[in-house]
Ligand binder design. Structure first.
Ligand code: ATP
Ligand code: LTN
Length: 338
């Protein structure tokens, strides 16, 4: 058996719905993507088909998709180690998506809380059917690659549960076809909060970007956002998510970016004020993000290199996905073309 075959598989995806990824994406998911490529046979995709569920200008979507790839490379995804590709380059995602739609209950799909939140935000008239079936396409993304692990943030837990249910259902109706994946969620950083509204998760689609630290923003903008983070009126620097969500979020970020434990940070900052913590955290954030931004900007200067990485990744992903799809069609009794 070759090393790749003996390694467990990992797959994850990210939507190109904004010009930049944010610190929540990085700490909740993307950092794990990078770490897992050393130990796993990794497949990572920019899920452009998922992004179609939100109305986007075509030129922007095109630009954001390439910017997403550039950021993933800048964060450390190594295309010779991992298979990095764009979802729409592999038609099997849509093909398996349809099959899975046919074994998903309407009520089951209707229980997805992210659909409820997102459709409520945009209103019934602007909610498309694709947003409703979105988690089923996500299940296809994962099951196609026989993934064992799916590194994501906390908000994706329910979608991974659905993926497991659909995989198990298919296997029991039609015979063992899919690997049943586990969510790979890192407890401490699974939900990074908005710096201005520390009771909501940091999100690409937040109403205002004032509390969202973006990887592609200029260092001085990010420093300013950290320094003006919302905190409570007390003075003590203590981790207490319930009563001090703002400070707790800053401590979580600080700890994740420096490797110092929260306890250690509480000790270091005992007797000091919020201003000191924010100022030093601003330096830490800029120190980590500035080189990533510069590297992403360099990758974007060479679109031919990006295209060549994507062509290679698309081919590798396509052949794995096509094999799974053939097994699925055959298990269900669809007649092969021959
Ligand atoms: P939106 O809020 O518009 O859906 P998003 O910011 O959640 O976008 P996604 O592309 O949906 O971004 O998510 C990419 C990955 O980042 C997912 O694995 C998701 O769970 C993770 N993630 C997103 N926001 C956070 C957060 N605030 N903390 C930790 N992980 C996060
Ligand atoms: N739904 C995810 C993005 C996503 C994904 C995937 C994540 C699409 N396909 C497959 C992991 C595996 C989101 O909104 N963050």
């Amino acid at each position: 058996m070759s090393t790749e075959e003996s390694k467990e598989r990992v797959l994850s995806g990210i939507q190109p719905t904004h010009d930049s990824f944010h610190l929540g994406n990085h700490l909740g998911a993307l950092r794990q993507w990078v770490a897992l490529q050393d130990t796993h046979d990794a497949f990572y995709c920019v899920v452009d088909l998922h992004a179609l569920t939100i109305e986007t200008d075509p030129k922007l979507l095109h630009q954001r998709t390439l910017a997403s790839v550039a950021q993933l490379l800048a964060l450390g995804i190594n295309p010779t180690q991992s298979t990095l590709f764009i979802q729409s380059h592999v038609p099997a995602h849509n093909q398996l998506g349809w099959v899975l739609e046919c074994i998903t209950g309407f009520g089951e799909a209707n229980r997805m809380t992210q659909f409820k939140d997102k459709s409520q935000k945009s209103g019934a008239d602007r909610t498309v059917v694709g947003l409703f079936t979105y988690p089923i396409l996500q299940a296809a993304d994962i099951l196609l690659y026989q993934a064992n692990q799916v590194p994501v943030g906390e908000d994706q837990r329910q979608h991974i549960e659905l993926t497991r249910d659909l995989g198990q259902r298919f296997n029991s109706r039609f015979g063992e076809t899919f690997t049943i994946p586990d969510a790979h969620i890192i407890k401490g950083t699974a939900k990074i909060m908005d710096l201005q509204d520390p009771t909501s998760k940091m999100s690409k689609s937040a109403a205002t970007m004032a509390g969202v630290i973006e990887l592609m923003d200029a260092p001085e903008i990010n420093a300013k956002k950290v320094k003006s983070a919302m905190t409570d009126t007390e003075r003590e620097i203590k981790f207490d998510e319930k009563n001090k969500p703002g400070i707790s979020n800053l401590l979580t970020i600080y700890s994740a970016l420096t490797g110092q434990s929260i306890k250690q940070l509480e000790e270091n900052y005992s007797g000091k004020g919020y201003g000191d913590l924010k100022k030093e955290l601003a330096d830490v954030v800029v120190g980590v993000l500035e080189p990533i931004r510069n590297s992403a900007l360099d990758y974007l200067k060479d679109p031919a290199q990006l295209q060549s990485i994507l062509k290679d990744g698309g081919q590798r992903a396509g052949s794995v996905a096509a094999q799974t799809l053939r097994n699925v069609y055959s298990a269900m009794g669809l007649v092969a073309r021959g």
